[in-house]
Design a protein around this ligand. Structure first.
Ligand code: DGJ
Length: 731
């Protein structure tokens, strides 16, 4: 053991120095608020020497250090803190990368080779090359630091030149270390109609893993993001938190490991479950991007960092406008025809929304899509329901004065479809076992390039033949079941990963040809909500649960990582105990839409909705483009409040909701945030039922921003499911 260590350290030194003094090579990755400092140690390997509040003096960087252990021969051995720790080295905890080389050796020791930094859009990119000293294996670490938004995006590439393929059984995007008194994890668990549910727990010695194994409807049970409260549980407005999210629309795994001396390592990665990946010589394994921010003003500031970053650099059309819409799903389900749709388009126009969105059920002839048991895969318009085809529908929409959007689920197939009859080998399923289904469907094998071409062709053909289509809702209702790819044959370890890469190839092609096409990412609700897919989608459907009470929690949860313009919220008839006003006011804090039969509303309710649409459009600069402040949490109280402020701090809007208040509970004023303390703001209650006058005592009054932020407004009441929307205008 002793000799082995000596040899390793010695050879490391040779590799790292290559004749030059490589010690003290320091790499600084900085935003305006945060420093991540990496340093090459005497053994030639790369360690994290700092991650925290930005340091003022460059000269201090050389003073940073990390845990070292004296070996029995007197040499000093770092333990932990290696930036991309490989399997089989002297670190006793979870590695970033685990490789079995072509000769069967399971160890990988990576030594620093070189690094470069260059400006990129919004920040500075750092690329660092590491190499094994005994095997031709190379890892490149990439970091982009977005200075203004205080966000760092990081990913890695693994490649080799061994004679035979190597096997990867761990392939993290990165690794981050913390040395703090205590750690508290907030996770966002999920299920159908129960997305983004927040819960927190301390991280104690050992490992906590958040992961999914669903393949396609990947985030159905757990979302790919988390918060770690450092030293104390995460709070909204104070304290230091790490907020991280992985851009991967497939199986992911976050490992949080507290080691024997109380240090925490955070390892975001693709989940290696059933995915020992055979990497061929010359092939590059690119990990997903891990995006994180370290906020010292609580989760609120962390969210604002991520929301701004997403709009500026990641989300499709992040700076663009969004369309309000009327969807027909909850109104008609599969039961519609041309005449019914035409009437709905006219209703959409009357409501004042921008678009009519036709949902599931418009396709399939031999196996008509009249329920969820048939037709998926046959993207020909159903001639019985819609004899004029999509063309007739886009024409009708144009006549009604609204845009036309359409639902697709192109990655899936019902066994009862012509597609499956013709290409059974295009579906992921076992050749030799009973097939089990989720929602009566199978997932197409997107690891197969022919299937990729087919799926791309579905979208491309619809758009080429029907240039009037202005929007897609792209659904994905099944996890991968029966995990076997007829295409990959004896390389099944690649399935989960190559399938997701195939999905991206399709999305990329669609995006390249139709860069301006707005698209909604949907997955039986919000089971796809990650920042890689959102490069190709303008927004996502947060949940099929549109009960406004439940939505308050769901939207609160998602807002931690996504801007309001990415989050679709529709007014529906879920929870008719709640007024149409309450339902609409809840949907108005995100990207507003409707999915309700307008005929089921009273004339007053309909008029209310029309005015709410007008108000929402006027407030778009604050809600969609402005800054969001979460003020009162539904998790801590029986209420919720959030305000948005536009970039000029000229206009703002406060949404306040009473959920189920207790009898005579103590009601606190809501202190706004983000206003200009020295300006005067007129506050007006809007979104009132037709003919109603506001009875709110502050209605029409003028207050300073300072007063509104320090004293606040009494907006809560005692009655269940009530809401107030307050518009603030600087005078
Ligand atoms: C699941 C989606 O979440 C719904 O909005 C709807 O589009 C259905 N699929 C249609 O099958």
């Amino acid at each position: 053991m002793k000799n082995f260590m000596k040899v390793a350290v010695m050879s490391a030194f040779l590799v790292a120095t290559g004749g030059h003094a490589a010690e003290k090579k320091i790499i600084r990755i900085s935003t305006t608020q945060t420093d991540l400092v990496l340093q090459v140690a005497e053994n030639g390997r790369l360690y994290q020497s700092y991650l925290g509040e930005k340091l003022r003096h460059e000269t201090d960087l050389a003073e940073l250090s990390w845990d070292v252990h004296a070996a029995s021969d007197g040499s000093v051995v770092p333990r932990g803190w290696e930036v991309y720790s490989g399997s089989g080295n002297e670190d006793f905890f979870e590695p970033a990368v685990a490789i079995t080389h072509s000769d069967g050796n399971p160890s990988t020791w990576l030594y620093y080779v070189s690094s470069t930094q260059q400006p990129v859009e919004g920040g500075v990119q750092t690329d660092i090359v590491l190499r094994d000293d005994r095997y031709p294996v190379e890892v490149t670490l990439h970091y982009v630091a977005y200075a203004a938004e205080d966000v760092i995006k990081t990913w890695s590439e693994i490649r080799h030149q061994e004679k035979e393929p190597i096997s990867l059984s761990a392939y993290a995007s990165t690794m981050l270390y913390f040395n703090r008194q205590a750690y508290y994890l907030t996770e966002f668990s999920s299920d159908w109609a129960k997305e983004a549910q927040m819960s927190s727990q301390p991280l104690l010695p050992g490992k906590k893993i958040l992961d999914t194994k669903l393949g396609s409807r990947a985030a159905m049970h757990m979302h790919p993001f988390f918060i770690v409260g450092l030293d104390r549980p995460a709070e909204e407005q104070q304290g230091e938190v790490l907020m991280g999210t992985l851009g991967w629309t497939g199986n992911f795994r976050f490992t949080f490991e507290v080691d024997n001396v109380g240090n925490l390592r955070v390892i975001p990665a693709i989940n290696p479950y059933a995915s020992v990946y055979t990497l061929r010589p010359g092939e590059v394994f690119t990990t997903p991007e891990f995006i994180f921010t370290l906020s010292r003003q609580g989760a609120g500031q962390g969210s604002r960092n991520l929301q701004a970053w997403a709009r500026n650099y990641q989300l499709k059309e992040g700076k663009g406008d969004r369309m309000t819409l009327l969807n027909n799903w909850e109104n008609t389900y599969f039961d519609f025809d041309q005449a019914k749709l035409e009437a709905l388009m006219n209703e959409a126009q009357d409501l004042g929304v921008d678009m009519f969105l036709l949902d599931d059920g418009w396709f399939g002839n031999k196996h008509p899509r009249n329920n969820d048991r048939a037709g998926l895969g046959d993207w020909e318009v159903n001639r019985e329901k819609l004899p004029g085809g999509i063309r007739a529908l886009t024409g009708m929409a144009q006549k009604a004065g609204v845009r036309f959007g359409i639902w697709i689920e192109p990655e899936m197939v019902n066994p009862k479809s012509e597609l499956f009859e013709n290409h059974p080998d295009w579906a992921i399923h076992y050749p030799n076992r009973y097939t089990y289904y989720y929602r009566n469907q199978l997932v197409l094998d997107l690891s197969n390039p022919d299937v990729q071409d087919y799926v791309y062709g579905v979208v491309d053909r619809l758009l080429t033949e029907n240039p009037g289509i202005a929007y897609f809702k792209w659904d994905c209702n099944s996890p991968i079941t029966n995990i076997y790819s007829p295409y990959l044959k004896d390389e099944q370890g690649r399935l989960y990963i190559d399938h997701v890469r195939g999905v991206y190839r399709v999305m990329k092609r669609v995006n390249a040809k139709y860069p301006d096409l707005p698209m909604m990412l949907c997955s039986g609700g919000g089971a796809r909500c990650d920042y890689e897919a959102l490069k190709y989608f303008t927004e996502f459907w947060c949940s099929d649960d549109t009960d406004p009470v439940e939505r308050l929690y769901i939207q609160w949860g998602f807002s931690h990582f996504f801007p309001a313009k990415a989050m679709c919220a529709h007014v529906t008839s879920w929870n008719k105990e709640a007024s149409v006003k309450f339902r609409t006011d809840v949907a108005s804090m995100c990207k507003l839409g409707f999915d309700i039969g307008l005929k089921e509303m009273t004339p007053d309710e309909l008029q209310y909705c029309r005015e709410a649409v007008v108000n929402w459009k006027r407030l778009k600069p604050a809600i969609l483009e402005g800054t969001q402040y979460r003020l009162v949490s539904p998790y801590d109280t029986h209420h919720m409040a959030v305000n948005y402020v536009d970039s000029a701090r000229q206009n703002a809007v406060l949404f306040a909701y009473d959920i189920y208040p207790r009898y005579q509970e103590k009601l606190m004023a809501v202190k706004l945030q983000g206003l200009d303390p020295d300006r005067m703001y007129r506050v007006e209650e809007i979104n009132l039922m037709p003919g109603a006058e506001s009875s709110w005592k502050a209605h029409g009054r003028v207050y300073s921003g300072d007063y509104l932020m320090k004293v606040g407004l009494d907006v809560f009441g005692f009655r269940s499911m009530q809401s107030r929307v307050i518009e603030l205008t600087a005078q």
